[in-house]
Design a protein around this ligand. Structure first.
Ligand SMILES: Cc1ncc(C[n+]2csc(CCOP(=O)(O)OP(=O)(O)O)c2C)c(N)n1
Length: 296
C-alpha cells in the first residue's frame, strides 16, 4: 500500500493536518492528471486550481458520513464551477463515497461520473451543476431551508470567476445579505484565468473584495493562498471566529497548478492532455508528491 492510502486508512474520518492535506492533494492531482490524459477529455486548469480547497473541506472541515450520503444533518458542498468535476470525484472517491477504481469511467457515456456533476447519478454530489452561476442561489436556498427545518448544517459553495460573470450570482449575493442565513460560506477560487482569456480580457471583476463587502457580506479580512493548505485551514478558522453571516472567502489560486508550463494558461482550461504534454508534465507532479510524502 502507498503512503497516502496508508494515511487515509489510518486517519479515516479524522481531520488531516496541513502537511497531510498537502501530500494528499499532490496525490489527487497526479490521479486527476492521469485520468484526464487517459480519457482525453475534461478540465485540468480549474480542477487543479481548486484542489487544495476541496480536499481541505472534505478531509478537515465538512461534517459528513460517506456511508450515509443522504444524512439530513450533513454539511452541504456545491461545486458551482461544475466543469471542474474530476476534482470533486477524486476527493469523494478517496473520502470513501465510491470506489476509487471507478475514477477511470470519468465521462464515459452513461457513467455516474458525468462531465458535470449530477446528483441523480452519484450519491455524495449535493447539487448538479455545470451551467455557471447557479451554485450560490441554490446554496442560499439550502441555508435558508436549514433555518426553517431547525438544522445546523453548513452550506459551502465554491465558484470561479465564470459564476461571478453571471447576474444570478449577484442576485444571490443580494438575497443572502437580506436574509443572512447562518452557515452559508461562499468560497471563491480566484485564479483570474477563464476559458479563453484572463479576467481582464473577459470581464474584469476588480475590486472584487470591495464588491462582495459592499453587497453586505462578511468577507474574510484578507485573501488566502488557496494552493496552500496551511492558509486554507487559517481561513477555516476565520469562519469560526464570529457569528456574522453570510460569509465569503477569496482564495488566490493558480489555474493548472502543479504543471509549470500549464500554469496560468487559459489554453489548458479544458484542452485534452496530449501525450507529449503528459510525458512532460507528469514527472513534475510525481516529484511534488514524493517531496510532500517525505515531509509526512
Ligand atoms: C452559463 C454558462 N455559460 C458558459 C459556460 C461554458 N464555460 C464553462 S467553464 C467556462 C469558463 C469559466 O471560467 P472560470 O470560472 O474562471 O473557470 P475556472 O478557471 O475556475 O475553471 C465557461 C465559459 C457554462 N458552463 N455555463
Amino acid at each position: 500500500m502507498g503512503k497516502i492510502e496508508d494515511l487515509l486508512q489510518k486517519k479515516r474520518d479524522a481531520a488531516l493536518n496541513p502537511e497531510e492535506l498537502a501530500a494528499l492533494t499532490a496525490f489527487l492531482r497526479l490521479n486527476i492528471f492521469d485520468v484526464l490524459h487517459s480519457r482525453q477529455t475534461g478540465h485540468w486548469g480549474g480542477a487543479s486550481s481548486a484542489l487544495e480547497i476541496v480536499t481541505a473541506l472534505y478531509f478537515n472541515r465538512l461534517k459528513i458520513d460517506p456511508s450515509k450520503p443522504e444524512w439530513e444533518d450533513r454539511d452541504r458542498f456545491i461545486l458551482s464551477k461544475g466543469h471542474a468535476s474530476l476534482n470533486l470525484y477524486a476527493v469523494l472517491a478517496h473520502r470513501g463515497f465510491f470506489p476509487t477504481q471507478d475514477l477511470p469511467s470519468f465521462r464515459v457515456f452513461g457513467s455516474k461520473l458525468q462531465g458535470h456533476p449530477s446528483m441523480r447519478k452519484l450519491k455524495g454530489v449535493d447539487m448538479s451543476t455545470g451551467a455557471l452561476g447557479h451554485g450560490l442561489s441554490i446554496g442560499v436556498g439550502l441555508a435558508l431551508a436549514a433555518r426553517i427545518a431547525g438544522k445546523n448544517f453548513y452550506t459551502y459553495v465554491l465558484s470561479g470567476e465564470g459564476c461571478l460573470d453571471e447576474g444570478s450570482t449577484w442576485e444571490a449575493l443580494l438575497y443572502a445579505a437580506k436574509t443572512k442565513p447562518k452557515g452559508l460560506v461562499y468560497l471563491i477560487d480566484y485564479n483570474k484565468v477563464q476559458l479563453d482569456g484572463t479576467i481582464s480580457e473577459i470581464l474584469p471583476l476588480e475590486p472584487l473584495a470591495d464588491k462582495i463587502k459592499s453587497f453586505g457580506w462578511n468577507l474574510a479580512p484578507k485573501s488566502y493562498d488557496g494552493n496552500n493548505t496551511k492558509q486554507i485551514l487559517e481561513a477555516f478558522d476565520w469562519i469560526d471566529s464570529d457569528a456574522v453571516w453570510p460569509k465569503a472567502i477569496i482564495f488566490d489560486t493558480i489555474k493548472g497548478k502543479g504543471v509549470s508550463f500549464m500554469e496560468g494558461k487559459n489554453a489548458w482550461h479544458g484542452a485534452p492532455i496530449d501525450d507529449d504534454s503528459y510525458a512532460k508534465g507528469r514527472p513534475e507532479l510525481a516529484a511534488d508528491l514524493k517531496k510532500k510524502e517525505a515531509a509526512l
